[in-house]
Design a protein around this ligand. Structure first.
Ligand code: WQD
Length: 346
């Protein structure tokens, strides 16, 4: 049974990916320092799969502690690297926090990949690397433009570091460029756990709908789009998760065409902010309390994916549409509310 190390395994996409790996016969260990996640994810993974997960509470910026995990597990067949900070707005205010955490962590991990000869690595990249594209949908060869935020810059730099690493080492890599991951596992045992006030659209919608937030703002409706609001390619987190399993299988079966293949992970459908809100209202039956506010700095006007490469080469089949994304996101928010009530009563 191939063993996969997942860094950031207790985070939103990491936890969903561990579920998918376990359901596809992989053995999994996790490294997560809980700086942006909680043990709730581990409990949820175990409820869904019935399997215990070993997580090492290690900060990848601590080389010795990271190296110790590799010394304990000398049979790692592949790594999926999620562990990074990912709030666009925070990265603008705290650039050094992002460069230090995201890049130092990656370099330490790659030093272990080199020392222990790990054959495969999958990197959590982002559509942010495209900046504001001149043409959409974007393909994997759409020119990379200056990143709109330090977060996006760390993803661009991460891709360059990994590409150079694979040129100098026997390790093969895959870069997965996510569009906008949303929703929750259909079991509703795991989902997104934003820390503090949510920056991303869907948790802002669900927290407003449930009353955690009094109102939400639509950041601008005067863009040159069909309804004036920004367009994104929302993709269900479980579809994103399965693409990671397919990427690992693609590498371990040596189907990769280069030492560093790249894939867009999006549905190929653009959805506007106002359309996302309308879908949510239809699915939940809740009228959302929102107002139109000013544009948000750093926002890309419109972006969505050409996903042909992932579909044709990885064999990726998208299971969920925008309705299921909103439905599972809402059910997860309701589940969190019941969890919080239980904790208050105990
Ligand atoms: C989407 C749209 C907002 C909140 C970022 C990263 C990307 C990925 C997802 C990691 C924008 C609008 C939002 C609100 C709003 N990260 N919005 N009111 O910025 O497209 O992508 O998160 O995987 O790499 O760049 O996502 O959800 O923040 O915004 O109107 O309260 O929703 O302005 O147009 P974004 P987002």
């Amino acid at each position: 049974m191939a063993k996969i190390l997942v860094t950031g395994g207790c985070g939103f996409i990491g936890s969903h990916t561990i579920v998918d790996l376990l359901e596809n016969g992989f053995e999994v260990i996790s490294i997560d320092d809980f700086s942006r996640s909680t043990q709730i994810a581990i409990t949820g993974i175990e409820k869904i799969t019935g399997k215990k997960i070993k997580n090492y509470s290690v900060d990848l910026k601590n080389f010795e502690e990271t190296q110790a995990v590799f010394m304990e597990h000398t049979d790692i067949d592949g790594i999926i690297h999620f562990a990074a900070y990912k709030a666009v707005g925070e990265s603008v205010e705290e650039p050094i926090l992002y460069y230090e955490n995201n890049l130092f962590g990656l370099v330490n991990l790659l030093k272990c990949v080199q020392e222990f000869g790990i054959p495969n690595i999958v990197f959590s990249s982002s559509c942010t690397v495209y900046g504001n594209p001149d043409a959409i949908p974007v393909t994997e060869i759409t020119p990379i433009k200056p990143a709109e935020s330090p977060y996006g810059a760390t993803k661009q730099m991460g891709e360059v570091i990994i590409r150079d690493f694979t040129k100098a080492n026997a390790t093969n890599a895959i870069l997965l460029r996510y569009f906008n991951p949303v929703g929750a596992h259909p079991s509703i045992h795991i989902g997104e756990l934003p820390i503090g006030k949510p920056q991303n659209l869907v948790p802002a919608i669900t927290q407003t709908a449930i009353g955690k937030l009094p109102k939400m703002k639509v950041h601008g409706n005067d863009y040159d789009t069909r309804d004036g609001s920004c367009i994104r390619d929302y993709i269900h987190v479980s579809d994103i998760a399965h693409a990671h399993t397919l990427a690992i299988q693609y590498l371990t079966s040596e189907k990769n065409e280069t030492a560093c293949d790249v894939f867009n992970l999006g549905t190929g459908n653009g959805v506007s902010v106002l359309e996302a809100i309308q879908t949510f209202e239809k699915v939940s039956g809740v009228k959302l309390n929102y107002e139109i506010g000013p544009r948000r700095a750093g926002d890309v006007v419109a972006i969505y994916a050409n996903n042909d490469a992932a579909v044709n080469k990885l064999g990726w089949k998208i299971q969920y549409g925008i309705t299921e994304m909103m439905d599972t996101a809402w059910k997860w928010e309701l589940h969190l509310q019941s969890l919080e009530k239980q904790m208050k009563e105990n």
